[in-house]
Design a protein around this ligand. Structure first.
Ligand SMILES: [Zn+2]
Length: 430
C-alpha cells in the first residue's frame, strides 16, 4: 500500500476526518469563492459547521452547468498566482470545462494515482507506457505525475500510431500499460496479430477514462497476458484517482479521505440507502483551487458496504454501470451500453467491436445492435449467420428485457477508437 495508515484507517475515525475536512472546505468556500458562497447562501446555508455528514444533504448540488456558467475562473477559490496547472475536458466543441490545481492539489493527486498503481503491485522497477492523450484531458498528465511519484519509469507516448506503440512497448521493456479500455483492446488485438505475445514484458494494465465490463477486460488480459485494474475520476473533481480497484478487483476503493460520496436517485434527487444503485455525487474534502460540493457526476454505480479482503477500509463503488445521460430509454426500458457490451464481449464467433444505432420509428425508439464478426469467421455460411444472430438476439432479450435488431457485419468494418469509444449513434433527430 502507498499510504497504509490512511488506506486502512478505522471507519469511525475516517468519518470524523471527513466531517472535519468537509467543514474546513465549507469555511474555505464561504471565505474565498463568492459564486459558490452565494449558491450555498441561496439554499439557506448560513456558514455554521455541519454537525454530521448526513447534514450535507441540505446543501445544493453542483452541476456541470455551474462550471460553464462560471467559466473560466468563477469557481476558483485560490489566487491566480497559486495555480500551478489548468486541466479540462477534452471535448472538441464549445468551451471546455476547466479545473485548476494549487501545489497542494497537485501533491494529493500524485498520491491518489500512487495508491491505485501500488494496489496492483506497480513499483519503481516498472516501466509504464502512457497511451492516454496528453493535453487538457486529465488522464495523461494525471497518471504521468502519479507514476513518477512512486519511481516508475514513464514513457509518455500519448495515443495513436499503433505500430509505434507496439514497437516501443517491446523495445523499452514496458511492464505497465495505461490506456482507455477501448484503446487497450485495439492495441491488444494488434499485438496478437503481430504475434508479439511472447516478446512483451507487459504484466499490468491501468485502465480509465471510460467504463470497462469484465468481459472486455478478460479479452484484453488474454490477448496481452496481463492483469488489469480499472480506475475512475473526472476532471471537475480532480481527474483519475478518485477511486480505483485493488487486486481483489471487486469494486473500486474511493479515496474517502479526499472525497465524500453519496448515491442519489437522479430523478428525485433523494439520497439512496447504502448499497442501492444510482447516480454518484462527490464532494471534495481537501481541494483548494476548486473545492466542489455535491457534484452530480451522472455516473451510475453503487457503493459496496463491508470490509475488503485487501485490508483497505475505504468504501468501494462498483465499476460504473453507465452514465445517467448515456442511458437509452427504448420502449420504456432503461438500457445502458455497458449491458449490451457485457453480452457481446466474450461470445464466440464475434469480435469485441459493436455499434448501437438509435432510430425513431413512429412514436417508438428502436435499437439496432451492429456486431462485428471475428476475423476467422466464414461470412458466406448463411445458416450459420442466422443461427448466430438469433443467439445474440436471444441473449440480449434476456439481459435487457427487450427485443432489439441484431445485424452482423464483416470483420474490421466498425471504426476503432484511440480514446474514449463512441458506441452509440443517435439517428433520431432529423
Ligand atoms: Zn480492496
Amino acid at each position: 500500500m502507498w499510504q497504509p495508515e490512511i488506506e486502512t484507517m478505522d471507519p469511525e475515525r475516517l468519518r470524523a476526518l471527513q466531517l472535519r475536512r468537509l467543514n474546513e472546505t465549507l469555511a474555505f468556500i464561504m471565505e474565498r469563492a463568492p459564486a459558490q458562497r452565494k449558491k450555498l447562501e441561496d439554499a439557506g446555508y448560513g456558514g455554521a459547521p455541519l454537525r454530521s455528514l448526513k447534514e450535507i444533504e441540505k446543501l445544493p448540488f453542483t452541476y456541470k452547468k455551474d462550471f460553464h456558467d462560471n467559466y473560466p475562473f468563477g469557481l476558483f477559490a485560490a489566487d491566480k498566482r497559486d495555480v500551478l496547472r489548468l486541466q479540462g475536458t477534452s471535448g472538441t466543441t464549445g468551451k471546455p470545462t476547466i479545473n485548476g490545481y494549487t501545489r497542494s492539489d497537485m501533491e494529493l493527486w500524485k498520491d491518489l494515482i500512487a495508491r491505485i498503481a501500488r494496489a496492483v503491485g506497480v513499483t519503481g522497477e516498472d516501466t509504464a507506457q502512457i497511451s492516454f492523450g496528453y493535453g487538457l484531458f486529465t488522464g495523461g498528465f494525471g497518471l504521468h505525475q502519479g507514476l513518477e511519484h512512486i519511481g516508475v519509469t514513464v514513457l509518455p507516448l500519448s495515443s495513436g500510431n499503433t505500430d509505434r506503440q507496439l514497437m516501443m512497448m517491446e523495445d523499452m521493456g514496458v511492464t505497465v500499460l495505461v490506456a482507455t479500455p477501448s484503446y487497450a483492446l485495439y492495441l491488444s488485438e494488434a499485438a496478437r496479430e503481430h504475434g508479439l505475445g511472447g516478446r512483451l514484458k507487459l504484466r499490468v494494465g491501468l485502465f480509465g477514462g471510460e467504463g470497462c465490463t469484465p468481459e472486455m477486460r478478460k479479452t484484453i488480459e488474454d490477448n496481452l497476458g496481463i492483469v488489469a485494474t480499472n480506475n475512475y475520476g473526472l476532471c471537475e473533481i480532480t481527474g483519475p484517482g478518485v477511486s480505483g480497484e485493488c487486486i481483489e478487483r471487486n469494486g473500486q476503493h474511493i479515496a474517502e479521505d479526499h472525497f465524500y460520496a453519496e448515491i442519489i436517485d437522479p430523478d428525485t434527487e433523494r439520497v439512496l440507502p447504502l448499497g442501492e444503485k444510482g447516480e454518484l455525487v462527490l464532494t471534495t474534502l481537501t481541494r483548494r483551487c476548486v473545492p466542489v460540493i455535491r457534484y452530480r457526476t451522472r455516473d451510475i454505480t453503487r457503493l459496496m458496504p463491508g470490509a475488503c479482503p485487501c485490508g483497505r477500509t475505504h468504501v468501494r463503488m462498483t465499476n460504473t454501470l453507465g452514465r445517467s445521460d448515456d442511458m437509452m430509454i427504448i420502449k420504456g426500458v432503461n438500457v445502458f451500453p455497458s449491458q449490451i457490451e457485457s453480452v457481446l464481449v466474450g461470445m464466440e464467433h464475434i469480435g469485441p467491436h459493436y455499434l448501437l444505432l438509435l432510430r425513431r420509428e413512429g412514436l417508438h425508439d428502436t435499437l439496432e445492435v451492429q456486431v462485428e464478426l471475428a476475423p476467422s469467421e466464414d461470412i458466406e455460411s448463411y445458416a450459420k449467420l442466422e443461427g448466430l444472430t438469433g443467439r445474440i438476439r436471444e441473449k440480449l432479450r434476456s439481459v435487457l428485457g427487450l427485443n432489439v435488431k441484431v445485424t452482423l457485419v464483416a470483420p474490421q468494418t466498425i471504426e476503432r477508437f484511440q480514446g474514449k469509444a463512441k458506441r452509440v449513434v443517435d439517428l433520431r433527430n432529423g
